[in-house]
Design a protein around this ligand. Structure first.
Ligand code: SAH
Ligand code: SF4
Length: 353
């Protein structure tokens, strides 16, 4: 017998394929049709029930009753003048708004997605931190952002497949660990979007228990740690979360990650002129991380309303890079600036209130 109607329909984009099969059986629908539904979700990138075609009428009707598809509505869309970046402002059911960004770099396209509405970590230079914490996103809300970007790409003038996802949008992904990791599992499913784990990166402000959990669970997902300073006092002034998870504990967790998984970590360093961009700073970070397998991503500060700092100039960024490479053998890149004119750069995402 079919399960009773629930008040809130289940979002199909929050389910693994096994869960979909199980729930279809619970709803009195033959689970043999689950693969077809899955196929329409992740190969057809369906956004409405009508796009899940090829099902017997009874199954289609049952799904419409019990299930829904990604409750995101596009409130606005902005495209950078260079055409490389597109930012979607997405509305959630309860009125919260989040942002997802599609970025085109030479030879690759990346979706930058949010893990929370707002953020509790309060980094002084980040627009999301400046707006404060609203709530965690569900797995369905995370997967739906990726599907949304993948659909935009597939339907664009030069259709292409999405292969890279970074959790560098709004929020702290390791503060919403379970929902984020479940979403990563769904995105990796070989019969769905089939993203490679090596092309999914979770960026954390340094949530030590989350880093340790990734290592202990043998997570295949790539890890980026936002460092920004190489002494506890300087870091705590930029990243209040460092008071809870001090630098020495963070470095121990990073070592545990690299040793356990035999994988490298990316360190992110937002370059702020006169604050953390001197050669001395480069030596400090070099000494701190040189014994780990690492790559450093330098991000010149992007402007936000609540922080007066200015980005490091390119000569100083090059000097910083030279110290890292010549004195410590550490590879680094300076992040290509993308979407600054539409406030879609790192740390610029905040929903208008
Ligand atoms: N919460 C996670 C991921 C989202 S922020 C984290 O902090 O890592 C993604 C990246 O943008 C982080 O490295 C963050 O430090 C950086 N960032 C935040 N504000 C920025 C700004 N104004 N300019 C440049 N980078 C910024
Ligand atoms: Fe949160 Fe990351 Fe912004 Fe810090 S930089 S406030 S952790 S989103």
């Amino acid at each position: 017998m079919a399960a009773p109607l629930t008040a809130t329909p289940t979002d199909l984009y929050g389910l693994t394929l096994d869960e979909l099969r199980f729930l279809m059986a619970q709803w009195g629908l033959n689970p043999i049709h689950a693969s077809r539904v899955w196929n329409r979700l992740y190969l057809g990138l369906a956004s409405t029930h009508d796009e899940i075609h090829g099902l017997p009428e009874r199954v289609r009707a049952g799904l419409s009753t019990h299930a829904r598809l990604g409750g995101l509505s596009v409130s606005s869309l902005a495209e950078s003048t260079d055409g490389f970046t597109r930012k979607y402002l997405l509305g959630l059911d309860d009125g919260e708004r989040i942002e997802a960004v599609l970025m085109r770099f030479t030879g690759r396209v990346t979706a930058c997605v949010s893990s929370q509405a707002g953020c509790a970590m309060g980094c002084v230079f980040c627009a999301t931190g400046q707006m404060g914490y609203r709530r965690h996103l569900s797995t369905a809300e995370i997967v739906s952002q990726v599907v949304h970007v993948a659909r935009a790409l597939a339907l664009g003038p030069e259709p292409s497949r999405l292969r890279n996802v970074v959790f560098m949008g709004m929020g702290e992904p390791l503060h919403n660990y379970d929902a984020v990791m479940k979403a990563c599992g769904i995105l990796r499913d070989p019969s769905g979007l089939a993203l490679s784990a090596a092309r999914i990166t979770v960026s954390t402000v340094g949530v030590v228990p989350g880093i340790r959990r990734m290592a202990d669970e043998r997570s295949p997902i790539h890890l980026a740690v936002s460092l920004h300073a190489a002494t506890q006092d300087e870091r705590a002034a930029l990243v209040p979360a460092a008071r809870k998870w001090p630098l020495d504990e963070l470095m121990d967790a990073c070592r545990h990650f690299c040793d356990t998984l035999k994988r490298r970590i990316f360190f992110e360093w937002t370059l702020i002129e006169g604050r953390n961009d001197s050669e001395l700073h480069a030596h400090q970070v070099g000494r701190l991380i040189c014994e780990l397998p690492v790559q450093v991503n330098l991000i010149p500060l992007n402007p936000t309303a609540g922080y007066a700092g200015t980005p490091t100039r390119s000569e100083a960024a090059k000097r910083f890079q030279r110290v890292l490479s010549d004195d410590y053998g550490i590879p680094s890149t300076v992040r290509q600036r993308r979407g600054i004119d539409i406030a879609a750069g790192c740390g610029q995402l905040a929903s208008p209130s």
